[in-house]
Structures are given as C-alpha cells and as structure tokens.
Design a protein around this ligand. Structure first.
Ligand code: NAD
Length: 400
C-alpha cells in the first residue's frame, strides 16, 4: 500500500453507475494522488477509463484488494453487496467508504462494526442527506435556537424502483429509508429507540422478489432516546404514481421548515409563528411563510472541489474532452469525499462512522420487521452497548 509520504492517498471507486459522479471529485481533491476504478462490466470499465483518463482499472474487488497500492476503497455497488464488501475491504487493512445503506440486516450491520473495530481502519457511510445545503440550513436554525423547541419530525422518500436493476425488485422500503431517517436523527443528535410501522398497498404477483417483502410502501413512527419528540417516516418504492420525493420537515414551536414535496421545486418552506401577544385577539395565531434557498456551505472545502457542489465541468487531462459533472443531492458529494479523506489523514473516526451508520440503518431494518408484524413495537438495537469501548457522544454523532 502507498505510504503517504506526501500526505496524499490513493483510492479506488468500485461500481461505475453513481460512482461516476465521484471520479472528478476524488481526482481533483488535493488529498488524493491516484484514483482507480473497478467494475465487472469490462466495456463500461474501459470506456470510463478512456473518458476520465484513469490508468488503474480492476474488474473485481478481489483484484483491487490483491494489488498493493491503494489505501482506501469507495463502494458504490448494488445495495445487497455493501456489508460483505465493506467487511472484505476492512479486513484487507484498507479504509472504506460505502454508499447507503450500511447493511440490510442487524447481522450485516454488526459484521461491519466488528470488522471496522478489529481492523482499526475507517468506515464511513456516504449518506448524502446530511451534507446537503438544505440540511446545513436547518441544522443552523436548530443550533441557534430559532426553531424553538422541536415538537415533531417528519420525512418521506418516494421513488418508483420498478425499472431499476433486478436487486431492487420488491425491495423492503424501510431498508432504504436512510435518506430520511439519517438527517432527522442527525438534527436531533439522537438515536431511534423503538418503532411501530405498517406496510401499505400490495405488490402484485409479478412484482414479488427475493427479499420476502409484500409491501410497495411502508410508514413508521419512531420513538427517540431521551426525547418526547416522535419521528414519522414514509418510504415508498413501488406503485405510487408520483415524481420523486425526498425530504424532511422539522416542526418547532417558533419556526418550522418543510422540504417541498416536489423534487423539481427548489427552496425550503419556512414558517415563523408570530409572538402570542401581538395577535391575542385573533382566532388563529398568525404564521409568516417564506421560501428560502439555502446557500452552499463550502468554505471549509479545498478550493479544488468546491465547484462540485453545483453542476461543474471537469477536465481530466488537456488531451481529453471536458466532462459535465452533475450535482445531485444538494451539493453533498464534495463534502462526503472531503470528510472521508480528512478523517483518514487526521487519524480520527469519520463523522458517519460505523456506529452512527448503524443507528441510522438499524432503525429502518427494525421498521420493516415491525411492518411485517402489523405494527408490533420493535426495539432498535444499540450497537454501542455491546461494544462499549467507543463513546458515540464523544465522537459527536453526525456534526458536519
Ligand atoms: N443519494 C445517495 O446516497 C445514492 C444515490 C444513488 C445511488 N446510491 C447507492 O449507490 C449504489 C450504486 O447505485 P447505482 O444506481 O449506481 O447502482 P447500479 O446497480 O446502477 O450500478 C452499480 C454498478 O456496480 C457494478 N457492480 C455490480 N456488481 C459489482 C461487484 N460485485 N463489484 C464491483 N462492481 C459491481 C455494476 O456493474 C454497476 O456498474 C447503490 O447502493 C445505491 O443505493 C446512493
């Protein structure tokens, strides 16, 4: 493996679907020397290598791990592979970043924690939702006290996955609820303790698949540790005729913020309650409504990657054509890459380390279990309790 003489490291991006968005960010980051790519689809691998000017290519994760040069691996492979591949990478003595979710069962989540702890290498779950500009904005309102006391949290992620790759077929919705659960738990700096959930609707016979899930959509209410606030989450994967929705709402007693439920619509809906004394004689309290377009928070990012928080143009090499780089997920990609790299360089845990990722993903696993049992209360395991050596409060939960 590379000895980081010059303070840089080498990384391999595994999985070249969503993974494409990350090549320019790693390639531009001053903390990275070489970027390799890996995909079993040899045609795709060759064409991406040509287009992005990448020299190190691999057709399997094994090949990557057998090579002697890469310090870190970023997994952007099918959801069913994340846990086993993360364990392999950690056991090989490399750092690993993984697309969401961390794992699909409590056992898988536990295995990743175990591998991270025994290897001493960094695990980071690359949850885009907690590095979006909208998240930063709401987090600031909360920290500054402007929202007042939080009364309720709500989130929904609805996107039809019928035409997506085979592994999504009849996927249990709550096992992919991390884009909603994660920002809400991060904002509350809490973990979910228990859940009651229900499935809604029916998957048709031809839609059923290997996951044993009968529901197109699941909806859940979570209790939070040391809190009276409840969190309501809906995750729909099939049979909902709607454009994509992914967002959350936080309701405080002086201000509330709703992420607009239409993906194409920009801006957050912000509501501010007038002080009681001013409208005491009115039937309803007055509430001011604003649409806010949160700014980018890129000041802490290296100059070279700031541009990737918005659609950008990447020039891989003077001899190659420039490439348009989209900026999905609220400008989060450069933040995620920067946090992964700097956590390793600084010798600290990543902000979405194995325990934080476990909190966010185990909540969804428990919710699906509850839905399968008609809303029975299911307790969500606290993985720190069985591995007390780490203090998660000390690690700061997620504090981007
Ligand atoms: N906002 C987000 O965080 C976000 C957004 C999109 C996708 N994702 C996640 O990123 C991951 C990738 O998403 P996608 O849409 O590109 O998926 P995809 O299935 O379209 O592409 C996955 C890629 O991985 C490759 N692959 C398959 N098996 C492999 C293996 N064993 N080793 C190496 N590569 C392998 C495939 O050839 C393919 O190129 C998924 O887990 C998805 O859930 C997260």
């Amino acid at each position: 493996m590379k000895k980081t003489r010059d303070g840089t490291m080498d990384v391999v991006i595994v999985g070249l679907g969503f993974g494409l968005d990350f090549i320019p960010v790693y390639a531009s980051h001053p903390g990275i020397d070489r970027v390799g790519i890996c995909d079993p689809d040899v045609e795709k691998l060759a064409s991406v290598a040509r287009r992005y000017g990448v020299e190190d290519t691999f057709t399997s994760l094994n090949e990557v791990l057998e090579s002697d040069r890469f310090d870190a691996v970023h997994l952007l492979t099918p959801v069913t592979l994340h846990a086993s591949q993360a364990v392999e990478v950690l056991r090989s003595g490399r750092h690993v970043a993984s697309a969401v979710p961390m794992g699909l069962t409590f056992e898988e989540i536990g295995q990743v924690i175990q591998a991270a702890r025994s290897s001493g290498k960094n695990y980071m779950m690359m949850e885009t939702a907690v590095y979006q500009r909208e998240f930063f904005y709401v987090q600031e309102l909360l920290r500054s006290g402007q929202l007042g006391d939080v009364t309720f949290l709500r989130g929904a992620h609805i996107r039809d996955r019928t035409t997506m790759p085979q592994y999504w077929r009849a996927f249990p919705p709550m096992k992919y609820a991390t884009h909603v659960i994660s920002p809400l738990l991060a904002l509350q700096n809490s973990r979910a303790e228990s859940v009651r959930a229900f499935g809604s609707g029916t998957l048709r016979d031809h839609q059923l698949g290997d996951h044993g899930n009968p529901f197109p959509l699941e909806t859940a209410v979570f209790t939070l540790e040391d809190s009276n606030v409840k969190m309501e989450v809906t995750q729909g994967c099939f049979n909902v005729a709607r454009t994509a929705q992914e967002g959350f709402s936080v309701y405080g007693d002086t201000m509330s913020v709703e992420w607009p439920p239409v993906e194409e619509e920009d801006g957050l809906h912000v509501f501010t309650m007038y002080p009681e004394a001013e409208e005491a004689r009115e039937r309803f309290r007055r509430v001011e409504f604003d649409v806010v377009h949160p700014p980018d928070r890129v000041a802490h990012l290296p100059e070279e990657v700031r541009m990737f928080s918005r659609p950008a143009v990447f020039s891989p090499h003077p001899s190659l054509p420039a490439i348009d780089v989209p900026s999905h997920h609220g400008g989060s990609h450069p933040h995620l890459v920067h946090e992964f790299i700097t956590s390793i360089a600084e010798g600290r845990k990543s902000r979405i380390d194995e325990f934080t990722a476990a909190d966010w993903c185990a909540a969804g696993v428990a919710a699906h279990d509850s839905a399968l049992h008609e809303g029975e209360k299911v307790d969500i395991p606290d993985f720190r309790r069985s591995t007390l050596a780490w203090g998660w409060k000390d690690l700061g939960g997620c504090r981007p």
